[in-house]
Design a protein around this ligand. Structure first.
Ligand code: 6R9
Length: 592
């Protein structure tokens, strides 16, 4: 294998040394208890994410430190100290008590990066309820499916998102009792909603976090599979031990740092690393309300003197597209560590970081299910451009060869010891942020394990020195601009259109988004494929699913390739579209 090596930076004068100085030594000595002990336990007993992230700093006399620096779309900036976030989240816990919530109930947000989202996250955890974020880019159908599976009792959202995405599906959600709007009050409130601000204004700003069993549920993050409904991955309060430790050792957070994670809070990254990990490390987070904008991003990195930046390959590729000249309009002299997650990071991206910021991007790998970074390029190690990195201390990773029964259930997993041989990336269960199950779907959870390994669903290789390299997904799930998209969810939406008989949805390579969604559609008798119908179907899917999930293009087919049991063979659709070898087609039905 040939690849470029970028030497570990020795640091500029005055810069802190890496938290993890000697990987091998540290890894050998590390155990999770060590990290657990660095987090204060809850005075009332147990471990609570919101206490570890906020209240412990206030109790330690550091309440004045800036926890969150919020940048409004119009550039107005507002600082929230740890003490202020402590009070706002206490207020929200009191709001939930006032609404009659019980421990374990589910509180959802459907919002972009607004301060109220962070008050809701932390207040929900203080109260002992379970927090679940939704992407504001979702259309009504994905919002409905997730609120339904999650049994959401409370939803915090904005007036416009409520009108467009919740109102049409509200009658189908009998369990959703309370909708709180962050930007409406009094006469502006639609029927059946309440004002977030008004409830907060009358709530007490003191709250004593009840004793919290570290195993009690804290977070619910939806993810996508190839078949069936969205999966709600459940995480316990104990997860904060891994958030804290990976923030410290993989992202190299130091006290006093300004840290910027650009992830959407509807995604697991936006919560675990947009809020919990950095706050548990006592740093200042930048929260920018605006979406991607290259000029704005460079300005934020420079003006906010960002030290550690965590972003994603699609964003890096969009910055690269705009050229180095734009980046050169600012100085980034405080930038110490650059990291990326969510999709494969091309070597060009890693190297571009070095050219533009004087530091390479450090790829990290993890999933909604793992809850925290599992594999990373560490600041103290050379970066192998194109590799995902090495396992985080406390994590045992391997490449396994998996045997599956005809239904696709894993029956055995054997570790592949030959370097550079492809197999499925597997992890030994037991780390603190390991998901505790899929809500209401024990069978699907069980299907993630074989022979004592958690199977990630990603294909990868391990080189002779222990670096892991991403190969591709083992299933049909699509990653587009960092969004994990279930082809099944897109197919289901298309099938609701009166002209559609069958649909097969695949991801096709795209230089910026990584992959884009394409749908192959079989029409019902009496319908003719045309450009006009393709446009209509895209519009139909967009309305239901939102722009993030809807297909970009549609092709019509008289007969989609199916297995003998009738399943659409997405893999074959993709191979044919791209002119790739068709692989094993032994299960393909033979036509007429
Ligand atoms: C955090 C997050 C998980 C899937 C994962 C893999 C892909 C994530 C990656 C990567 C290549 C990386 N993925 N990081 N692929 N290199 N560094 O992304 O969670 O949305 O659940 O997605 O994303 O396929 O299995 P989630």
């Amino acid at each position: 294998m040939s690849y470029e090596i970028l030497q570990a930076d020795s640091g500029c004068p005055g810069e802190p040394t890496p938290n993890l100085e000697d990987y091998e030594q540290f890894r050998a000595a590390f155990d999770w208890d060590q990290a657990r002990q660095q987090l204060a336990r809850l005075p009332a007993g147990g471990l609570n994410i919101a206490h570890a992230a906020i209240d412990r700093w206030v109790l330690a006399g550091c309440g004045d430190r800036v926890a969150m620096r919020f940048i409004r779309r119009d550039w107005e900036r507002r600082n929230f100290s740890y003490a202020e976030l402590g009070r706002q989240s206490a207020r929200f816990a009191n709001v939930l008590a006032g609404l009659g919530l019980a421990a374990g109930d589910r509180v959802f947000t459907l919002a972009g990066r607004i301060p109220e989202l962070y008050f809701t996250l932390l207040g929900t955890l203080k109260f002992g309820a379970v927090y679940c974020p939704l992407f504001s880019a979702f259309g009504p159908e994905p919002v409905r499916a997730r609120l339904d599976i999650g049994g959401g009792r409370v939803l915090v959202t904005t007036l416009s998102l409520y009108r467009r995405k919740v109102l049409p599906i509200r009658p189908q959600l009998p369990e959703l009792e309370h909708v709180l709007l962050t930007d409406a009050r009094g006469a502006d409130l639609p029927e059946g909603t309440r004002s977030f601000a008004e409830l907060m204004a009358t709530a007490d700003d003191a709250w004593r976090i009840p004793p919290t069993d570290p195993e009690s549920l804290a977070l619910l993050h939806f993810t996508s599979g190839t078949t069936g409904k969205p999966k709600g991955a459940m995480h316990a309060h104990e997860a904060v031990v891994a958030h804290y430790a990976t923030g410290r050792y993989a992202l190299d957070l130091h006290p006093g740092d300004v840290y910027w994670c650009t992830a959407d809070p509807g995604w697991v990254t936006g919560i675990s690393y947009g809020a919990i990990a950095p706050l548990a490390n006592g740093v200042t987070i930048i929260v920018d309300e605006e979406e991607f904008d290259a000029e704005r991003w460079y300005r934020i990195l420079a003006e906010e003197r960002v030290n550690v930046w965590y972003t994603a390959p699609t964003a890096i590729r969009m910055l690269m597209k705009q050229g180095k000249e734009l980046a050169a309009t600012h100085h980034y002299d405080r930038l110490r560590h650059l990291a990326s997650v969510g999709e494969p990071l091309n070597p060009e991206g890693v190297i571009w970081g070095q050219a533009v910021f004087g530091r390479p991007f450090h790829d990290t790998w993890w999933q909604t299910e793992t809850g925290a970074i599992m594999i990373a390029n560490f600041r103290s190690l050379d970066v192998r451009a194109g590799a995902m990195g090495r396992p985080v201390p406390g994590i045992e990773a391997a490449i396994v060869s998996v045997q599956r029964d005809p239904d696709g259930n894993p029956v055995a997993a054997e570790v592949v010891t030959t370097p550079d041989e492809q197999g499925e990336l597997a992890l030994r269960p037991g780390w603190p942020s390991m998901f505790r199950g899929y809500l209401g779907d024990e069978a699907r959870y069980q299907r993630c394990f074989a022979d004592g390994w958690y199977l990630s669903g990603d294909m990868a290789k391990r080189d002779a020195d222990g670096w892991f390299w991403f190969v591709g997904r083992a299933d049909d799930v699509i990653k587009s601009s960092g969004h994990l998209i279930s082809p099944f969810e897109v197919e289901s939406a298309l099938l609701e259109h009166p002209a559609v008989a069958e649909a097969g949805v695949v991801g096709l390579p795209d230089p910026v988004a990584g992959a884009v969604v394409k749908a192959f559609v079989e029409l019902k008798p009496g319908h003719e494929g045309s450009e006009e119908l393709a446009r209509q179907l895209i519009g139909f899917a967009r309305k239901r699913l939102g722009a993030a999930l809807a297909p970009r293009s549609i092709a019509f087919s008289d007969r989609l390739p199916r297995t003998r049991s009738g399943k659409i063979m997405r893999r074959l659709l993709r191979a044919r579209e791209l002119g790739l070898p068709e692989g094993d087609t032994s299960t393909l039905e033979t036509n007429g």
